[in-house]
Design a protein around this ligand. Sequence first.
Ligand code: Z5A
Length: 213
Amino acid sequence: MRGKFITFEGGEGSGKSTQARLLAEHLRALGRTVIETREPGGSPFAERVRAFILDPTTPPHAPLSEALLFSAARADHVAGTIRPALAAGTWVVCDRFTDSTRVYQGAAGGLSSDVLDELERIVVGPTRPDLTFLLDLDPASGLGRAQRRAVATGAPTDAYEARDLAYHERLRRGFLDLARGSPGRLVVVDAGAAVHVIANQIRTHLAERLGAP
Ligand code: Z5A
């Protein structure tokens, strides 16, 4: 039986990686085989593209160029990692997917939905998420979390984190608009709550939407 494909979306520091990891651990404890993956990235080629995209020294480029780079990474990730795993009955938990392109390059970058529809048709085809958790958080809090983590780990700020608050507000509105358009797939979760509270809400939503895992 095909595995389930679950994605996490949201702005910077909203806790996607934390919740993706906790959900994967929960599913494994219930006996599921699970892979955790991410975008951009998730395959050797896509990880190389990720390094290029997020490198602060990469020269500025147009939203279309950016969407094509994310799509090049995604094509390899879907074909080489996600599809084979799902076909083998493995559940796939992915940190960001096509909704991020819709919001970062579409809602915030200005690319039309026609272009994004076509890219998804070519790159993703029928491999769509069964369920997506949108971790919704006030951008100032999310950026604060990301900055505290950067100070603690010494990691450099990436090109997206460095953009102003108005840009991050646009991203938040873009994600919430997507959620309104796909209520059957996209579940909005209040990411301002404590980590374990959010994790419990996600498990409850998962069981309601997909049945007992
Ligand atoms: N991008 C794009 O433009 N188009 C696309 O198609 C795709 C992506 C796929 C990838 O960066 C960038 O690529 C991304 C969009 C763009 N923009 N940026 N930046 P990334 O993968 O490096 O970064 P990210 O996806 O934004 O992840 P993040 O900043 O690491 O945030 P997160 O995964 O949502 O959060 P976290 O790592 O789980 O938590 C952040 C910190 O907050 C950490 O210290 C946690 O311990 C803490 N945390 C987590 N949850 C909580 C709660 N509930 N309370 C308090 N503190 C918490």
